[in-house]
Write a protein that binds this ligand. Structure first.
Ligand code: PMP
Length: 286
């Protein structure tokens, strides 16, 4: 049985509890991070911690008491659960003051809730999907306007994943004002000629930690990068496409709304960036 962490305690998963009045449960008043684990080490940990700090501050949420110990808690969970490849999920909510109220509870008297747990995913970096590539469909982006904050409001992205499955695809790209924002749980990219195009950072998308690393590696490898919005028509006419996230790394996209890209197999840029990302991020794993 998994050992999980809740508010200062390591517990068997069946004994870990959170109040029914927790604002994460009642109002999606919470933020999260997912850090991947490869070879027992945490990938891009500093980036995830920095984004967590920013998410908390944008929502005027107090840092949980154990904030400075988060690296130790991640490592301890990886150790006790014997995780070689997998993920550490972390969630902070505004906590519970024992009732339901739209008004934020007083941070002086109400502690945030801090929960972490692991997911074991043996062979995470060798997923079969990375070899075949995935298929995506376009759906309207009807999420709220602060997608740069990593909140636990994941109902629409979850519905998007279901819409994709129903359409025989693997994932959905969300579209706003005719332009792709991002995938349901990843950042979206197209490649045309020698140029990689991905949407610029703003409040419209999550500032992916993997995105930042991949763009840095792409530029270091002398690839051209354009950070701007693109349309689905542009995407369907691209040479290749891919998505990035902490758990999928760089994942090739081979079909968009039923149109195969190139010869319908993962393209060279996506394959190369996946290799570079895995190699380089392992070097800085902690
Ligand atoms: N966009 C969205 C909407 C996401 O949910 C995620 C994954 N959390 C990403 C992008 C990718 O971010 P990261 O590379 O930090 O995992």
């Amino acid at each position: 049985m998994r050992t999980v962490y809740v508010n200062g305690e390591y517990l068997p998963e069946t004994e870990a509890t959170v109040s029914i009045f927790d604002r994460g449960f009642l109002m999606a008043d919470g933020v999260y991070e997912v850090t991947s684990v490869l070879g027992g080490k945490l990938i891009d940990f500093d980036g995830h911690l920095a984004r967590l700090e920013r998410s908390l501050s944008e929502l005027d949420m107090k840092k949980p008491a154990a904030f400075d110990d988060l690296l130790d808690i991640h490592r301890e969970l990886v150790r006790v659960n014997g995780i070689t490849d997998g993920l550490v999920y972390l969630q902070v909510t505004r906590g519970s003051d024992g009732d339901r109220d739209f008004v934020f509870p007083d941070p002086e008297t109400t502690e945030p809730t801090l929960v972490l747990f692991t997911q074991s995913k043996p062979g995470l970096a060798d997923s079969p999907a990375a070899k075949t590539g995935i298929k995506v469909i376009g759906i309207e982006d009807i999420r709220w306007g602060r997608r740069d904050i990593k909140t636990v409001q994941l109902l629409y992205p979850s519905m998007g994943k279901m819409m994709a499955k129903k359409a025989g695809a693997d994932d959905a790209w969300m579209i706003e004002d005719g332009h792709v924002t991002e995938g349901t749980s990843n950042n979206a990219y197209i490649v045309k000629g020698n140029t990689i195009v991905t949407r610029h950072l703003s409040t419209d998308i999550l500032h992916g930690i993997t995105r930042a690393a991949v763009l840095r590696f792409a530029r270091e490898a002398q690839m051209q990068v354009e950070e701007r919005a693109f349309t689905m028509d542009e995407a369907k006419a691209a040479d290749e496409a891919f998505v990035t996230s902490a758990s999928a790394f760089v994942m090739p996209v081979v079909e968009i709304d039923g149109t195969a890209l190139g010869d319908g197999t993962p393209g060279p840029v996506a394959k190369r960036l996946r290799e570079i990302y895995l190699e380089e991020s392992l070097k800085s794993a902690v």
